[in-house]
Design a protein around this ligand. Structure first.
Ligand SMILES: [Cu+2]
Length: 169
């Protein structure tokens, strides 16, 4: 084998190696490494008492270092702006409290995840439909045995009354 051919093979091997690394490197670490949760909104007993007929869904995606929640809900009062948050209790248990990344820490984002579409609240369109979202740069716990987990999305009447809830499963 001539030196030229040998060099050709060596260079080809190196390029081949880089090509392979590039191939694997092109797939972002952790891509697809997410867990999705979905829930259906129903009015709480308090919400029903207030006359609400709520329908809609909540979706939560948890990545290794981020969480996103999307809400799509109908039956809201267009004249009101609602608080909506990721909660740490099931709907059956009343929704618990606000889910917090640092438990006992700040009682607002970024330590909590609020679902909004205008400022800090969820404001429905003239048809009473609210589309909102929220995200955080931490992964919501979902299987912790020592800390709270993200369990539900709650919608609050202005003033705080819980009018609707969706379990995230
Ligand atoms: Cu809340």
């Amino acid at each position: 084998m001539s030196n030229q051919v040998r060099r050709f093979y060596r260079v080809s091997a190196i390029f081949g190696l880089f090509a392979l690394m590039g191939l694997f490197g092109a797939v972002p670490a952790g891509a697809g490494n997410s867990a999705r949760f979905h829930g259906t909104f129903t009015e709480t007993p308090a919400g029903a008492e207030l006359g609400y007929d709520i329908h809609g869904s909540a979706k939560m995606t948890v990545w290794t270092d981020a969480t996103a929640v999307k809400v799509n809900v109908s039956g809201l009062d267009p004249a009101k702006a609602y608080g909506s948050h990721l909660h740490n209790g099931t709907c059956a248990s009343g929704g618990g409290g606000h889910y917090q990344d640092d438990e006992g820490g700040d009682i607002e984002p970024p330590n909590e995840l609020w679902i909004t579409n205008s400022g800090t609240t969820l404001s429905p369109n003239p048809g009473g439909v609210g589309h909102g979202g929220g995200s955080a740069d931490w992964a919501a716990r979902v299987t912790s045995t020592t800390q709270t987990n993200a369990r539900s999305v709650v919608i609050h009447e202005p003033g705080g009354t819980r009018i609707a809830c969706a379990d995230l499963t």
